[in-house]
Design a protein around this ligand. Structure first.
Ligand code: ADP
Ligand code: ADP
Length: 262
């Protein structure tokens, strides 16, 4: 099932956790802009050095470099089967860049899942978050502990905490979320793509809610297409003709879509 989804939500809402589940459930490529930056930091690339200077302060990395990095990532072959974006877009400028890039490829975003969690819970979650430095698996000492304390279930590597999960940086990140990212809620609501999920439930229940929404999304319908002109109900002959041409246009467009998604 080829789907292009965005997980929207504050730091700690559970985007990464749910993106991993969508990766396993639907085979969607998981694109986390935060993970891409952390990869660059660990490889000590110039982009990593630049990103770190913003991440350490809890601020957003500038749009131009972030957009360029994600645009390069979506050209990789694994994205042909669909993508779940986690942490991108985070500004309206990024959302517009993604829309333009998808428009050029004649693809569309199928749905935006807003994982809603109150700020007071987010601070608690992030300060209890532990990550595997090797595979990126996410744990929580309170709500989602590893089987053996301090070790990754998958590769037994010693778990660590992120530098930016310190309480003072978390507060700054939440502030940044409310000022710079939350406007995307209205952006995607206006595009009729927004679906809100209660992110305060248990991980499994959030997962069930998301999977239900994803399964209900109709693939291949471009919602941003202009509306067809209304049919003239007074002219039966002209309605019949238009009906025929609409069907043939649909047949052509569906063939094109199948080719694009293949
Ligand atoms: P979280 O999952 O906790 O929200 P991320 O791993 O997504 O955190 O992001 C960590 C940091 O990486 C952010 O605080 C920000 O500095 C930077 N970052 C990640 N994604 C973006 C983005 N789309 N735009 C700008 N900065 C980003
Ligand atoms: P995000 O990517 O949005 O920053 P994460 O997926 O990394 O969020 O989750 C943040 C922390 O909260 C992690 O420690 C994770 O194990 C935990 N967590 C995720 N979803 C839930 C949930 N529904 N209930 C409780 N804890 C959760």
């Amino acid at each position: 099932m080829s789907k292009y989804l965005i997980l929207l939500g504050a730091p700690g809402a559970g985007k990464g956790t749910q993106a991993e589940i969508l990766f396993k459930e639907f085979g969607l490529a998981h694109i986390s802009s935060g993970d891409l930056f952390r990869e660059n930091i660990s490889k000590q690339t110039p982009l990593g050095t630049l990103a770190k200077s913003y991440m350490d302060k809890g601020e957003l990395v500038p749009d131009d470099v972030t957009i360029q990095m994600v645009m390069e990532r979506i050209t990789r072959p694994d994205c042909a089967k669909g993508v779940v974006f986690d942490g991108f877009p985070r500004t309206v400028t990024q959302a517009q860049a993604l829309k333009a890039a998808f428009g050029k490829k004649r693809k569309k975003i199928d749905g935006v899942l807003l994982v809603a969690v109150r700020d007071e819970l987010l601070v608690e979650r992030l300060t209890a978050r532990w990550i595997c430095p090797l595979c990126g698996s996410v744990y929580n000492v309170l709500s989602n502990p590893p089987k053996t304390a301090g070790k990754c279930d998958k590769d037994e590597a010693a778990l660590g905490q992120r530098d930016d999960d310190k309480p003072e940086t978390v507060k700054r990140r939440l502030n940044v979320y409310h000022t710079q990212t939350a406007p995307l809620i209205d952006f995607y609501r206006a595009a009729k793509l927004l679906h809100q999920v209660d992110g305060e439930q248990k991980i499994e229940n959030v997962q069930q809610a998301i999977v239900k929404i994803v399964k209900s999304l109709r693939p291949g319908v471009r919602r941003d297409r202009p509306q067809k002109p209304k049919r003239n109900r007074d002219n039966a002959r002209s309605r019949t003709n238009r009906g025929r041409s609409t069907r043939s246009a649909k047949a052509k467009s569906s063939t094109g879509r199948n080719n694009r998604r293949a």
